[in-house]
Design a binder for this molecule. Structure first.
Ligand SMILES: *Cc1c(COP(=O)(O)O)cnc(C)c1O
Length: 475
């Protein structure tokens, strides 16, 4: 399968888009034609383990990786000992027509592990084939950094340099990242805010000489490898939710999904699952107070906000005001027309927005997208209300998903709410909602007490260049 950029140029195959994020023309990589699977094929996947299903689904996109190799990679990525739940992704009925899809059973307790664990295996495999190495540079304000570090720790051909804002992450997030002692993991606390970290990454990524000399790469949310690995759990959740005795309730039986969203990565994978043939009725996009995407799906006007306009909320991993994956959906929405896509992004650059309001009915009618916003009060109320009615603690992001999903629940259509993190990652907010946070487990206490390894650096590109140049692998 060939990949093209949303701005029109050919890119290469899966192995190429796995290592490169952005296409050279500034667009994002998408399959030249979307693969599809028949209802019979979907049915034949019903008895597969998560790892075997992952090989089937990712195999539709990774046609340049031999199937037996891919199966080895997915079995390593989704090995039983890495996930708390025996079934890797468990489904739990939480009442009100909703089912929780447990995507946070992996090593860092957030859904980002689902894709990142696969990416760790797949990147090492591709690099080994070509005898090359990679230094991953990233910025994080929370879940992405830890998921990436746990996926790449201890790997031979890969080092990871992760910038985080000094003193701005939660105690749990700091402990998760900074307690890693692997020699190939470099935690850099930057004297500044998240934006300064992102700016440093951008500066170095644009320094093509440095980038080439140091073999710099990225694993951010536009990485197509991550998008492809996320499609797997939509297929898995559909298979589990429709696992009825009665054959009529299986093939073609529709479900809806509610997705706590920020960069539009997770829900884009849901949209792709629908395109390949999974019977998905509605894709409910949930925003927090940073509701750029909810605005877009309601009005048709896409207007990203500046970092100064981005609020710090109690669902922090959704504090995003520019949805980097949206271009992939827009590309399809405008009939896969690269000129029109590039034109919209040109308008965005010039005016700060683009306007598709004349066609906004099509979001729901043709694609099944609906959206809504959940605020701090909604979040706390939702956590409280499900604790009472279903005896379950939702994490703050998942609570946003459940709150926005509620008015979209239809009789006879399971509403599958994606659990994007575990509540114990956010004890302060759970305590605010429920009066007390759950007792930390022995594991959590050990993590919090473990020695931490982090280097403080100024928000200065030259200081970062020097640090990387001294420690990068494979020069
Ligand atoms: C990253 C993240 C999100 C947002 O996902 P996107 O793919 O950026 O839309 C939501 N919840 C949690 C807990 C996350 O870590």
């Amino acid at each position: 399968m060939q990949y093209i950029s949303t701005r029109g140029h050919a890119i290469g195959q899966y192995s190429d888009v796995l290592v490169e994020g952005l296409a050279p023309d500034g667009g994002l990589a998408v399959p030249e034609t979307m693969p599809t699977v028949s209802a019979e094929t979907l049915e034949s996947w019903r008895s597969l383990s998560y790892a075997d299903l992952a090989a089937e689904v990712i195999g539709l996109f990774a046609t340049d990786i031999p199937r037996e190799d891919l199966t080895r990679l997915t079995h390593a990525a989704y090995a039983a000992e890495k996930f708390e739940a025996a079934e890797t992704v468990p489904l739990t009925d939480i009442g009100r027509g909703m089912t929780l899809v447990g995507l946070s059973e992996g090593p860092t307790l957030a859904f980002k592990d689902m894709a990142m664990q696969f990416l760790g295996e797949a990147m090492e495999y591709v690099l080994a084939k070509t005898g090359s190495s990679l230094n991953i540079l990233g910025a994080t304000s929370g879940d992405t950094g830890s998921a990436a570090e746990y996926a790449f720790r201890g790997r031979e051909r890969i080092s990871i340099f992760m910038l985080s804002p000094l003193g701005r992450m939660s105690a749990f997030q700091r402990a998760q990242m900074y307690s890693l002692q692997d020699a190939n993991v470099h935690n850099l606390a930057v004297a500044g805010v998240f934006d300064d970290c992102q700016h440093l990454v951008k500066t170095l990524a644009e320094d093509l000489d440095f980038k080439r000399a140091q073999h710099l790469g990225a694993v951010n949310s536009i990485n197509f490898g991550r998008i492809s690995a996320q499609i797997v759990y939509y297929v898995w959740a559909w298979l589990r939710a429709t696992d009825a005795e009665d054959a009529e309730k299986r093939a073609g039986f529709p479900v809806s999904f509610a997705v706590p969203s920020g960069n539009f990565g997770n829900i884009l994978s849901g949209y792709y699952a629908k395109l390949i043939g999974v019977p998905i009725r509605t894709l409910v996009l949930a925003s927090n107070e940073n509701n750029v995407l909810d605005d877009f799906f309601r009005t048709g006007i896409y207007r990203p906000r500046t970092s100064a306009e981005t609020l710090a909320t109690s669902s922090p991993s959704m504090d995003v005001s520019k949805a980097s994956n949206l271009e992939r959906f827009i590309f399809d929405f405008v009939g896969r027309d690269p000129e029109r896509t590039a034109g919209l992004w040109r308008e965005l650059g010039e005016n700060g927005f683009f306007d598709l309001s004349a066609e906004r009915e099509r979001f729901a009618a043709e694609y099944g997208f609906v959206s809504g916003t959940s605020t701090h009060t909604d979040r706390l109320d939702t956590i409280r209300s499900f604790a009472e009615s279903a005896d379950i603690t939702l994490d703050p992001h998942t609570a946003d998903g459940a709150k926005v999903a509620l008015p979209h629940v239809e009789a006879g259509v399971p509403m599958l709410v994606l659990e994007t993190a575990k509540p114990r990652k956010f004890p302060e907010i759970i305590a605010e909602a429920l009066g007390s946070a759950p007792e930390p487990s022995a594991e959590t206490r050990a993590l919090m007490d473990a020695p931490q390894r982090v280097e403080e650096i100024p928000a200065d590109a030259d200081a970062l260049r020097a640090y990387i140049a001294e420690r990068a692998v494979g020069r």
